[in-house]
Every structure is written in structure tokens, then in C-alpha cells.
Design a protein around this ligand. Structure first.
Ligand SMILES: Cc1cc2nc3c(=O)[nH]c(=O)nc-3n(C[C@H](O)[C@H](O)[C@H](O)COP(=O)(O)O)c2cc1C
Length: 123
């Protein structure tokens, strides 16, 4: 990953979002509505964070801002400082950091279409 590039963007951006996921969640045992809630693993936390991040990127683009997805999870050297600065509880993991700002120029979307990446009916 591009750690230096990410650090530069994060330092310069006027606004930075840190998308965090809850790795455990409180849930009432299935079929026992009166039972005490239990703390269980949230197996979907990375998918939740990825969807939230993409929505954030699209929303920024829609109002003319520039934003970049920079990885945090699963790299310890990136997660540790974010945890410390934000005082995150143990069950909240910093997933990625999204610096947001005004675009310096106009980038065109890349054409990444590769028909061989699409499989029909069978791999
Ligand atoms: C999971 C993920 C992690 C990324 N982490 C970084 C990062 O750490 N540093 C960075 O400069 N860009 C990061 N990016 C952004 C990509 O490098 C790239 O700018 C973006 O996905 C657009 O891709 P493209 O330029 O190939 O079209 C990340 C993107 C994704 C999807």
C-alpha cells in the first residue's frame, strides 16, 4: 500500500473521515426476546465499512469534492495511531481514512473494463 502518499493526503486535507467498524455487537439471543443481550462477533463489519466508504466517496464526488480511500485495517502500523489519537474502544477498529478536499485538477475515470474478468453461468 502507498503509506507515504496516504500520509501526505491526510496531513494536507481540510477534512479527514476515519471510517470505523464495530467488531462485536450486542444482540438478544434468537427466539428469546426476554433474555439478556449478549456480545457477539460482528462478522460483517468490514463489508459494512466498505459500503459506507464507497457511499462517502460517491457523496463527495457528487458535490464536487475530491476524496481518496486510504487503507487502515488490517495494517497495525496504520491502525495503532488512529486508535490512539481517537481513543477508540477495543471493539471499534479503524477501517480506512478518507481525506476530503477540493480537487487540484480534473481526473478522468480510467477504463478498467476487461471482458475476461466476467464469467457467465460458470467460472
Ligand atoms: C481497499 C483500498 C485501500 C486503499 N488504500 C490506499 C492507500 O493506502 N493509499 C492510497 O494512496 N490510496 C489507496 N487506495 C486508493 C487507490 O489507490 C486508488 O486511488 C483508488 O482505488 C482508485 O483506483 P484507480 O486510481 O486505480 O482508478 C485504496 C483503495 C482501496 C479500494
Amino acid at each position: 500500500m502507498h503509506a507515504e502518499a496516504a500520509g501526505g493526503m491526510i496531513a494536507q486535507a481540510p477534512v479527514v473521515f476515519v471510517v470505523c467498524g464495530q467488531t462485536t455487537m450486542s444482540r438478544t439471543p434468537f427466539g428469546q426476546p426476554d433474555a439478556a443481550p449478549e456480545e457477539v462477533e460482528n462478522g460483517n463489519w468490514t463489508a459494512d465499512c466498505a459500503a459506507a466508504t464507497e457511499n462517502l466517496l460517491l457523496a463527495a464526488e457528487a458535490i464536487g469534492l475530491g476524496a481518496v480511500w486510504t487503507a487502515c485495517y488490517p495494517y497495525d502500523d496504520r491502525m495503532a495511531p488512529a486508535r490512539e489519537v481517537l481513543g477508540l474502544p477495543a471493539n471499534v477498529t479503524p477501517y480506512c481514512i478518507v481525506p476530503v478536499g477540493y480537487p487540484a485538477g480534473e481526473d478522468q475515470p480510467k477504463d478498467k473494463w476487461k471482458p475476461e474478468n466476467i464469467h457467465y453461468d460458470h467460472w
